[in-house]
Design a protein around this ligand. Structure first.
Ligand SMILES: [Zn+2]
Length: 130
């Protein structure tokens, strides 16, 4: 299974600046209450975990599920003339360059992932101006 935007979970994936914090909090609560099993939410695509490990930005926040690893933030950009698997962007500079060169609409997906237990959640979806 190739990596694609469909592998990113968290609330509705529509255009515009969407905040997924509420959906995340509800999901984490459901896991803590045992209503959703960890295996259901700790199912990050191997590509996402690899990106999180290698180029992800380490945060100071503990993973809400395993509480053993620090969360990492990964940004993927999808859109016109980019690979179907998206482009993983690790710095703000890279993101700016991509936005400046864009011919057509691009969308950035900011995802948090835990390399330890494979928890992942889409945090934000941002349109990038061309
Ligand atoms: Zn974890």
């Amino acid at each position: 299974m190739g990596f694609s935007v469909g592998a990113l979970r968290g609330g509705q994936q529509r255009r515009g600046i969407v905040d997924h914090r509420l959906a995340r909090r509800m999901l984490v609560n459901q896991v803590r209450l045992g209503r959703i099993s960890r295996t259901e939410v700790c199912d990050a695509h191997p590509e996402l975990i690899r990106a999180a490990r290698n180029v992800g930005t380490e945060t100071t926040a503990d993973c809400p599920v395993c509480e053993e690893d620090k969360l990492r933030i990964v940004t993927y950009v999808f859109g016109h003339r980019l690979p179907a698997s998206g482009k993983c962007v690790s710095t703000k500079k890279e993101l700016r360059q991509l936005a400046a060169q864009a011919q057509g609409e691009l969308t950035a997906y900011v995802v948090e992932a835990c390399p330890g237990c494979r928890w992942h959640h889409l945090l934000r979806v941002l349109p990038l101006a061309g």
